[in-house]
Write a protein that binds this ligand. Structure first.
Ligand code: F6P
Length: 362
């Protein structure tokens, strides 16, 4: 392909700039191709906001957080929110505009960097005749088809550092510290970050918990060696059934992304249930901002270069993936087959149990 488009869709993620840089430099250096950067994901494709990416523009951005192209969650061309009158939004099918802009800009291929939402749109674009290459992105690490996504290592590094900091103040005050982490419906960030930070309790969406084991862990630590406890809770973890107050709050929390606050609920339950002073911290978007770690810079560069090779050589309908440490293209269809969750018998869960971590289930 001589003209390759590139866009970043969905929530941002450390490493996006590394992918943009690698796609652009590989396409230019190895194939003499032109790379067109599309602004704000599929929104920019619908609205025709794009520009040629120069070598200069992508130079020196590998270590920068965010995305130089901008991103958007609301750019699905088939379900595009349009303001029809003041304050009234209507969802319309504007896919014809996106397809027209692909033609107008002469894009022979389009590299879409994003999570499950972006991959769904990418496979629809493919069906509509656009030559698509996907690059999986999310701090949640839940895209099927790939062992790992860039951004995840940075997020768990932030979680680990946060737990280290919370532990010293928890220890000084003999408190319970609850830290709520991201991950949407998957527990990868809580599991990996919690293990790395040495959390005493880890609560995941994939392992239903009850209060007794959690309270028991707090009592055990207070009475024995350490007089503080660190609880790492995934935003998507479900509160135990049967507790009327929390069950009521939990019902409203159907989308963990929008109505979070499980950290506060868990903290309140622990303080009431154990009598020990408890505080809650929500790490939120700190996990998504800032510079990518070494591992994420390396993965982003590998993914970006591989995506440019696919785009330039005409290998379409694929997503680049990392499997057993090797980067290779897999069918986009594999990436849109649900979400990758933590198996409750995952080896890291077993290792954490062996070092005494409580998952609240026994
Ligand atoms: O998918 C990435 C993620 O950061 C999730 O972990 C989180 O639930 C969600 O996005 C937050 O989305 P927003 O930035 O739209 O609040």
């Amino acid at each position: 392909a001589r003209r390759i488009g590139v866009l970043t869709g969905g929530g941002d993620c450390p490493g996006l700039n590394g992918v943009i840089r690698a796609v652009t430099k590989t396409a230019q250096n190895d194939y003499g191709a032109t790379v067109i950067g599309i602004e704000d994901g599929f929104e920019g494709l619908v609205e025709g906001r794009m520009r040629e990416l120069t070598h200069q523009e992508v130079s020196g951005i590998l270590g920068h957080g965010g995305t130089i192209l901008g991103s958007s969650n609301k750019g699905d061309p088939w379900h595009y929110p349009v303001e029809v009158s003041e304050g009234r939004i209507e969802v319309q099918d504007l896919s014809y505009r996106a397809l027209r802009n692909v033609e107008r800009w002469g894009l022979d291929a389009l590299v879409a960097i994003g999570g499950d939402g972006t991959m769904h749109i990418a496979s629809r674009m493919m069906d509509a005749g656009v030559n698509m290459v996907g690059v999986p992105k999310t701090i949640d690490n839940d895209v099927p088809g790939t062992d790992v996504t860039f951004g995840f290592d940075t997020a768990v590094t932030v979680v680990c550092e946060a737990i280290d900091r919370l532990a010293t103040t928890a220890s000084s005050h003999h408190r319970v510290m609850v830290v709520e982490v991201m991950g949407r419906y998957a527990g990868w960030i809580a599991l990996m970050g919690g293990v790395a930070g040495g959390a005493d309790v880890i609560l995941l969406p994939e392992i239903p918990f009850s209060w007794e084991p959690v309270f028991g862990k707090v009592h055990e630590r207070q009475s024995l060696h350490k007089r503080f406890t660190i609880v790492c809770v995934a935003e998507g973890a479900r509160l135990p059934d049967g507790d009327e107050v929390v069950a009521e709050m939990d019902k409203k929390r159907t989308d963990p992304k929008r109505l979070g606050g499980i950290g506060a609920m868990v903290a309140r339950a622990i303080e009431e249930g154990t009598g020990h002073e408890t505080r809650a911290t929500v790490l939120g978007h700190l996990q998504r901002g800032g510079a990518p770690t070494v591992a994420d810079r390396v993965l982003a560069t590998g993914f970006g270069a591989a995506a440019a090779h696919c785009a330039a050589r005409g290998e379409f309908g694929v997503m680049v993936a990392s499997r057993n440490g090797i980067i290779l293209p897999v069918p986009i269809a594999e990436a849109v087959a649900g979400q990758r969750r933590v198996p409750p018998d995952h080896h890291l869960v077993a290792a954490a149990r062996s070092v005494g971590t409580c998952f609240g289930d026994r």
